[in-house]
Every structure is written in C-alpha cells, then in structure tokens.
Design a protein around this ligand. Structure first.
Ligand code: MTE
Ligand code: MOS
Length: 756
C-alpha cells in the first residue's frame, strides 16, 4: 500500500544534495544572457527609443523591441490588455520595453544602460481607492477590469428589521510578495526546428499558448519544459508567460540559446503580488448570534493590467461570506486599475483579503452580542447538507464540523484562555490572547475557469515492470511528484520505487490547465487513474484472448497480479505482456465534475470544498507594540491524505506564510507607484525562528469523486492566519486591527487611539 503513507519525497535527494538543476544551473554551448530594459516611470507616452548605442556595445548580439515581435504584441492571460513590450504607452514602473542578448550578463546590463528613451510623463494613478473616479484612464472609461457578484435572499429586509443587530466596517490589506527562493527565469533554444523553453513555472501550457501568440508559431513547434522550480505560490502562474517570451524573442532571432534569470530586486519590483484591497462588510444577526444577512463590497487593486485578476476576484467574492450558513447575501467584487505592478495569483487567490475582513467582523459581532468568538462560529458554521453563499449544497467531503471539534480539542481552547488570563494578571506590560478563524476553500478552478479544467496523463510500463508517469500538473515544492508516484504505485500494487514521474513537457502531454487552485493532487490522480484504467481494459482484452475465457477484473496488490484463477508476480506478469506485445501505455483524460455560476452568482461554484480552522496564542508588548506568536494550532480537512507528512508540511509552511502576511510583510510603494521594498533586508518574512509551538492537524473526510478520496488544500493553511492573529491581538489587549500587517507601530497606534 502506498497511498496514506508518509513516504520520503521523491525529489528530496536531488534537491538536498544540490543536484537538481534550476534554470540558473543550465548552461548550453553558445548561450547568451538576456537583460530586460524597463520603463523608468509609472505612466507616460514613449516619444522615442534609441537602441543604437546598446546594439554597438561590446558583446551584444541583439536588442529587441516591440518592432521585432514576430507574432502579436500581447501577453495573453484572461484579457488581451497586456502588451509584451511597450511601444507607445507605459502603464507601470518597470514595464518591459526591450530585451538585450549579450555574451555575458554584465555586457547585457551595460547595454541596457545605453538605451535612450524619451517619455512624456503623465500623472500616475497610484491610490486604488481613487481609481474609479479618476480622470486618469488606464483601462476602459472607468478603470474597472471586472465585477462579480453573489446575491441571494433579501439583505435590505434583514437590515431594516429592528430586532436585528447590524455592524458595519472596512478592512484593508497590503501587497504580499511571493518570496519564492528561486527568482523567475527561462532558457530558450532551438532544437529539431522547435523553439524550446525551459523555465521555472507552474503552468507550462499557459507559456506554450503565450509563446504561440508572441512568436506567431504553431503550438506543436513550441516545446515548453518545466525546469525544477524553486517555489511559486501563484507567482509563477501567468508571469512566466512574460519571462519565457522575453528569452524566446532573443532565441527566435539569434538562433542561439538565451538564458534570462531575474535578480531579486528586478523580480520583486516587476513581478506580480497579492492584490491590496479593501473590504466593506455589513453583517446582520439576530440577538442570539444567528447571522441573517451579509452585504460585502470587495475592491481589489489590480495594478496596470488585468492578468489573472478576474480569476482572483471570482474566488474572493465566493469566499467573502466564509463557511457560514447565511440566508441573505449581497456581495459585490470589483477590481480596479492603477499605475502599479500588475497583481495576480497568490496562495489563496483573492480570499485571504476577504477572510481577514469577515473573520474580524465575526469576532466584533460576537462581542456586540455578548457571546464568544467560538460560540458565534459554532452557531453559524455550515453543516453537511447546508448551502453556501452561492446556494451550493455541501454534503460530500464536508469536514467543517469535525475540523472545529478537532481543533478545539487539540488546542484545548478554553485551557488556553485560562492560561492567558493567568499570565495577564501577573504581567502589566505584556498581554496574551487567543484568536480563532474558520474558513473554507473551493478546490479547483471553479466555474470561472472550467474551460481549463481537465486532467491528462501518460503512463508507460516498461518490460521490467517499472513505470513512467507524466502528468499535466507541476511540482513546485508542494510534493506533487511524490503524491503522483504514490497514486500510480497504489493502483498497480507496487512499491513507489517502481514509479518514476517525468518533468512536465508540453510535447508529451495534453494541456491540463495550470497547476493552481490546489488542484494538483486531485488532477494528477484523476489523470493517472484515467490512463491506468485504460491500460487495465487493454490487459483484460488481452488476457481474455490469451486464455480464451471471460476475465471479470484484474487485481493488483502487494506486487502480485490476480485474475480468474491466476496469481502471478507483478514482474512476471508484465514480462509476459511485454513478450506478447501488449500496449502497456495509455494517455488518460479526465473531465472533473461541472461547476456553475449564474448572473446572480448562484450555482455549484466549485466541485468540492476543503475546510479549516486556526487557533493562535500571541503575546503583545504594550510598550513597544511588538506581537509575538506563542502557539499555533492549525487544523484542515484535506480529504484523503495521500502523504500525511507532506500534508503537515503544507499546513506548517502555508500557515507560516499566512503569519507573515498578518504580522510583518510590509511592502512599500512610492507615491509614484514604484516598489520600494526590493529585497529581503527590508521585506521581512517569517523564518524557522518564528516557529513557536506549532501543531499541524488534519481531518480526512474523503471526497467520493476524488482519486482515493483526495481533494486539495494547498492554499488554505495561509488563508485564515491573518485574522486569527489580529483576533488574538484583540483578545490580548483590546486593539482591533483593521489593517494588516500587525507591525509594532500599527499596533501601538490602535492601542493609543483606543486610549483617547
Ligand atoms: N508549497 C510549496 N512548497 N511551494 C509552492 O510554490 N504553492 C502553493 C501550495 N503550496 C506552493 C506550495 C499554491 S499557491 C498552490 S495553488 C498549491 O500549492 C498548488 O499545489 P497543489 O495543487 O498540488 O496543492
Ligand atoms: Mo496557487 S495561488 O492557486 O498558484
């Protein structure tokens, strides 16, 4: 048995010993180095661009501008608003304008400094709250990229009902930088008359599609291979379309390998981030704490181009109401343009912003009613058979109630409260508090992305019984290749050492959509089971013919194969099949359950949900405003845990990333739209030193339609950490933070304001 075991990661050895090749480790003979020339201003019209000096500079083989793009000057994502290289207007600081290829990175860099540009600078729109009314137009006539709504029941009626309690407030969140260890990078070269790109990426099929547009080539002549990827977190979903196109443009013209790797500063200043946003919430409950209605307005700062914003906003509006049974809902989401770096996918996809708002609001409401944060959740949490804000009945793999019970128990919530109380009695300047958050997560692309929702794989069994598995989803550190290995091994009843997963290559496998939205495990599993069930059918046919009798089924278990009254060693069985020339190879394609979302935002928005709860204990220093996390208990319903250790790893890593979001990650943008926080000396992220007592717990409510009962949960450990943190700060000292991160100056400001 392989599924459910904590086998060692299949890629751990090569990564630990430094043998894994990241883009920057790749070298090819004749390889050139690329550098991007970027807009120095946030908003303007290009008057002239002079590349003549740069072209003559030592070691330079080519300087390419929009005029050299063989295909279209767009980076396709959802809308086609983003140009590949700016030729007329520039809309954010750092927008790409030209790409240089030279013999050394230094020569490329020097040439970039020789490019002369004359820009008529225009006033920049940086404050997203002013975007809709601004005279500065970045997108359309109102700067609104997209709008989504979720509506049911009658919110106004509930608000007007004088028996009800109504609370209103606004919550702000900041940018968050992905801080993947490996920056963006790509290597482009020609092989077999095919333009080949190896890159650090989550979505090779996006890249293949983008290159077919920018290079104006057939997809079959573009081969995209995912190179070992050193972390992604959403930051390598659509962005590699840009990076790979830049490297490919040089290779296209020069017919030499071209490598492009961003340095940290360039990466931080010009690559996507989590959307800053504000959320207005009006929450209505009866006197006992039963939530009757919610009105929400969620406004995201998308930056200069739409990129993935519609997908991010879609998830945001559906997740705003949380895992609660609320009869009347009126949620509107809007994403607006600014002259800042385009924001995109980041673990949680638009949901951490609104979860921060709703989970804070819920605590505020509980206090107003006079019940505890835990009680208000207990009263309102969805139960199996209840309906979400989109009217979707949740009865399959619905572990919310169990998550709540388990998290309360594992944390000893009431014990923690008592402990904090005792501590606070003895400490005048330091106060401890306990905070909670509960949340849900729609697994997969949902109705908004269903056109991309499919799972393909190719499985090949060699004569010695060892197996090659290719899936259309990528490994980015989350353990995808390990769980794919386990699921294939499980099906065939063999050890995981018999299975090899191959690096994803667009020439080998069908478009499976992007590896995002926590769909990796379920998608890999569906694809693998689809291919293996085809092989099973081939085998049954072959056996029936060989033995001239009806074979009902084949059983693979413990390295043996059983059918009819035969019982063979797996290796002998495969050797026999190979000798008899059976096609021990198949390509599988699985189409996941359908999702729907009508004009009122009603429908089965996602095929399944995962559920989570966090309990945090923090200590606030009343003199300095410093917040110290003491304990974290994070519990998630993950469906079947294919690899329990990897599940815990995801819970710990994701929670820590969420802690960073809530506590310390503070990106500064200048009044002129420039990203000022450019490296890890000023952008502080949590490290292992910030790990207090941390308990990662999970519940396995299996998904009936998932492979071996699995679903997906990779993002949700991050999603509810910020409000659990700020709720604990409030519980400790009465400072209610309506804006994160909870940096000391902000905590003090709120404390002092409250004293006034
Ligand atoms: N874990 C690691 N180590 N590295 C990553 O880049 N990305 C996260 C999460 N966990 C990420 C990670 C994000 S944003 C997603 S969508 C999921 O992993 C994707 O993987 P899965 O679908 O296989 O869970
Ligand atoms: Mo994850 S933000 O969906 O890549």
């Amino acid at each position: 048995m392989s599924v459910g075991k904590s086998i060692i990661r299949v890629d751990s050895f090569e990564k630990l010993t430094g043998q894994a090749d990241y883009v920057e480790d790749l070298y090819m003979s004749g390889m050139l180095y690329a550098k991007v020339f970027r807009s120095p201003v946030a908003h303007g019209v290009i008057r002239s661009l002079d590349i003549s000096e740069a072209e003559k500079s030592e070691g330079v083989h080519g300087v390419f501008t929009a005029a050299d793009i063989p295909g279209k000057n767009i980076i396709p994502v959802i809308f086609d608003d983003q140009v590949f290289l700016a030729d007329r207007k520039v809309l954010y600081p750092g927008q790409p304008i030209a790409v240089i290829a030279a013999e050394t990175p230094e020569q490329a860099e020097k040439a970039a400094r020789l490019i002369k540009i004359d820009i008529d600078e225009l006033e920049a729109l940086v404050d997203f709250e002013k975007s809709r009314q601004s005279n500065i137009k970045i997108f359309g006539d109102n700067n609104i990229f997209c709008t989504y709504k979720v509506k049911k029941g009658d919110v106004d009626k509930e608000i007007k009902d004088t028996d009800n309690i109504v609370l209103r407030d606004r919550f702000y969140v900041q940018h968050q930088e992905h801080a993947y260890l490996e920056p963006q990078g790509a290597l482009a070269y020609w092989e077999d008359n095919t333009l080949t790109v190896r890159g650090s990426m989550q979505a090779p099929f996006y890249v293949q599609h983008a290159l077919s547009k920018t290079m104006g080539m057939k997809k079959s002549r573009i081969r995209v291979i995912q190179q070992t990827t050193g972390g992604a977190f959403g930051g390598k979903e659509d962005v590699p379309n840009i990076v790979c196109s830049q490297a490919a443009l040089c290779a296209y013209h020069l017919r030499r390998p071209v490598r492009l790797v961003y340095d940290r500063e360039e990466d931080m200043q010009t690559m996507s981030k989590r959307h800053p946003a504000y959320t207005d919430i009006e929450l209505v409950s009866d006197k006992n704490g039963n939530i009757r209605a919610i009105r929400g307005e969620y406004v995201e700062n998308a930056g200069a181009f739409a990129t993935l914003t519609p997908a991010v906003l879609y998830r945001g509006v559906i997740h705003l109401t949380g895992p609660y049974d609320i009869p009347s809902v009126d949620v509107v989401g809007e994403a607006v343009a600014t002259n800042t770096v385009p924001n995109g996918a980041y673990r949680g996809f638009g949901s951490p912003q609104v979860i921060f708002a709703m989970e804070s609001m819920l605590d505020m409401l509980a206090e107003k009613i006079g019940i505890s944060p835990v009680e208000i959740r207990e009263i309102n949490l969805l139960k199996p058979g209840d309906k979400t804000c989109t009217g979707q009945k949740v009865d399959d793999s619905m572990g919310m109630q169990e998550v709540f019970r388990k998290c309360m128990e594992e944390s000893d919530y009431y014990g923690l409260l008592k402990e904090a109380e005792l501590f606070n009695k003895d400490n005048p300047h330091k106060k401890r508090g306990v905070g909670v958050s509960t949340l849900y997560y729609g697994v997969g692309l949902g109705a908004a992305g269903k056109h991309m929702s499919r799972a393909s794989s190719v499985v090949k069994i060699d004569g010695d019984g060892s197996v090659n598995v290719s899936v259309g989803v990528t490994e980015m550190g989350q353990g995808l290749r390990t769980v794919a290995t386990q699921m294939a091994a499980e099906y065939l009843g063999i050890g995981p050492d018999m299975v090899t997963t191959t690096q994803i290559d667009s020439s080998r496998i069908l478009d499976t959509g992007p590896t995002v939205a926590s769909r990796g495990t379920i998608t890999a599993g569906w694809g693998i089971l689809s291919a293996l069930s085809k092989i099973r059918k081939i085998l049954i046919k072959y056996l029936e013919k060989k033995y001239n009798k009806k074979i009902e089924d084949i059983h693979f278990a413990d390295g043996r194969v059983r059918f009819g009254n035969h019982d063979m060693e797996y290796s002998d069985f495969i050797a026999m099949c190979t000798e008899d020339k059976v096609t021990l190879q198949a390509a599988g394609l699985h189409v996941p359950p359908d999702c729907t979302f009508d004009e009122n935002g009603q429908g089965d928005a996602y095929y399944v949900y995962a559920w989570g709860m966090n309990v945090l204990v923090t200590e606030v220093n009343l003199l300095t405003g410093e917040v110290d996390l003491k304990k974290a208990i994070c519990c998630h319903d993950v469906g079947k845990a294919i690899n329990p250790r990897e599940v815990k790893g995801q819970i710990m890593g994701g929670s820590l990333q969420g802690l960073g979001y809530g506590l310390m990650e503070d990106m500064q943008i200048s009044g002129q739209g420039k990203v000022l926080t450019r490296n890890f000396s000023t952008y502080a992220i949590p490290t292992s030193c910030d790990y207090p007592e941390w308990k990662a717990v999970f519940v396995e409510s299996e998904y009936s339609k998932g492979p071996y009962g699995a679903k997906g949960f990779g993002e949700q450990p991050l999603m509810g950490m910020a409000p659990a943190l700020t709720n604990s700060i409030y519980n400790a000292c009465g400072a209610r933070l309506k804006k994160i991160p909870a940096i000391p100056e902000r905590v003090l400001e709120v404390l002092w304001e409250d004293e006034k």
